[in-house]
Design a binder for this molecule. Sequence first.
Ligand code: Z5A
Length: 214
Amino acid sequence: MGAAGLITLEGIEGAGKSTLAAWAGEWLRGRGARVRLTREPGGTELAERVRRIALEPGPERVSADAETLLMFAARAIHVTNLIRPALERGEWVVCDRFTDATRAYQGAGRGVDAAWIEALAERVHPDVTPACTLLLDLPVAVGLERARARRAGPDRFESETQAFFERVRAGYLALARAAPQRIQVIDAAAPLESVQQQIGAALERCAAVAGGLP
Ligand code: Z5A
């Protein structure tokens, strides 16, 4: 495996990110890569504590700006303590969500100013950009059905309307159109085996760009 990189998985809830992140990690390991699997918000002990603050439902109102700042607070901790050191050690980092999630959920979903999100991204991780992003795309109703069938407890996003998730999905697809070299759209409504095949092909392309397979 050549130069390592950051691979992110994105999509609305229930798209299969966690399932496919683990599969992508195994795919890379099978080709000799050292791999670190992680997720956002969270990924380190402290960032997971910020995750709980950001996602747990509670009596106090959390504004869209506050939510954005919590996502970036968790991200700053995660990049500093896990992502950047792992990349510097030559490991591949497979991350379940990253800054595209803030662009899609807080930006497209909640209407937070896109320029402000980009300024925060530039401040928090100017040197860390995904080598490739796998956007698991599927109809909102299918994703929500899958997520609700397996969810242990509701988070603050659980109560959002279908219209909110439609805006998030459209936001993701707009990001993919704007960055077609980095973001590969995967048909996540397909059977798992077909999704895995698409991910394998996308990883081949990604590894070739990042430095090639052994
Ligand atoms: N959030 C944010 O707003 N801003 C940010 O910057 C960041 C995050 C980073 C938590 O994220 C929330 O944080 C999230 C956005 C917000 N809220 N929402 N929505 P999360 O990633 O931890 O939570 P999630 O998106 O709700 O994850 P999830 O529901 O666990 O979905 P998933 O990881 O994409 O799916 P999965 O667990 O892999 O699969 C779901 C089920 O479907 C499972 O039973 C699988 O076996 C099944 N599955 C998967 N693929 C298939 C196929 N192809 N066919 C059939 N069944 C399948």
